[in-house]
Design a protein around this ligand. Sequence first.
Ligand code: FMN
Length: 356
Amino acid sequence: MFDYFRIAGPLVRLLEAETAHGLTIRLLKSGMVPRQPAFDPPALAMHLWGRDFPNPVGLAAGFDKNAEVPDAMLGQGFGFVEIGSVTPRPQPGNPKPRMFRLPEDGAVINRMGFNNEGMEAVAQRLAARRRAGIVGANLGKNKDTEDAASDYEKGAARLAPLSDYMVINVSSPNTPGLRALQGRDQLEALVGRTRAALDAAVSQSPPPLLLKIAPDLAWEDLADIAAVALAGGLDGLIVSNTTVARPETLRSANAKETGGLSGAPLFESSTAMLRRVYELTGGKLPIIGVGGVASGSEAYVKIRAGASLVQLYSAMVYEGPALITRIKHELVDLLTRDGFTSITQAVGYDHREPKP
Ligand SMILES: Cc1cc2nc3c(=O)[nH]c(=O)nc-3n(C[C@H](O)[C@H](O)[C@H](O)COP(=O)(O)O)c2cc1C
């Protein structure tokens, strides 16, 4: 298959990062980007929350904030797409520039600040699409909303009927006060209220509700989150969002920009956290592993550490969408190497057996 990104990619990367992203969305919307040939062998299928994922590799939130191109991205080979973060009202986000490439580090820093068109515009787009393929909605809060939980209630009520899963995002570093919602008391109330809104909106088999957490939480906080998650109300966790940490190894000129760091330098810490969350929840709650996945072997490490599904965003900035099919081929090879016939057998395997 011709990889048009080999030619278009270097040209797109000459543009400022957010301009390049806007152009990419426009190209995807225009239908000019060819679909990837389908590659979803049975070994990669994952059945979760009553849904059939054709493969475990998803598009992370933030790429398609306004649900403009979920089907085009499913056509690039993703097993599922997460749109958002969406807030109840439209908001402009932070001043530009607010997205930075760190090419020497295979990383990105962003301080977008939940720029999005608001839940009504997103709901109308989701309602207009033919319901095929798994599309989840990631909820955020407006910057100026005092009662944070009320924004998640609104988002859940409006988008639950149109989404295959819902995410409470309390882990973006670019909305003041947002990450404080990860504390135990606040979180219990937030999850309870969002759950109630979701169940009221869709009484017959409501979509599963997930919580997306930050990689900068202390180990003690993780125990609280696991306790809230296991107490009911949540169906899964997403580990993790971007980090405010700046590893000393970063070499790129943009390394000192304020915001959340994603991509390769996030892989180790987000995977360590995923491993710990799997232990704390005893493998009872499905986890989506995200942070620095750029190859099949990194996806596989997350799966063996406890992820039922994985997501990525930053690696696509550098490698283009052909990366998705590459990752899937590599995953099949790794499963075969280790004697697994299905990805489901590999989920959390590191916790059961010594490494081969
Ligand atoms: C430009 C940009 C915007 C993002 N926006 C969001 C967002 O709106 N909501 C969210 O939950 N995560 C957002 N993320 C975080 C990603 O979903 C993901 O958790 C993170 O980038 C780590 O994955 P990666 O290393 O594969 O990029 C954003 C990431 C980037 C790079």
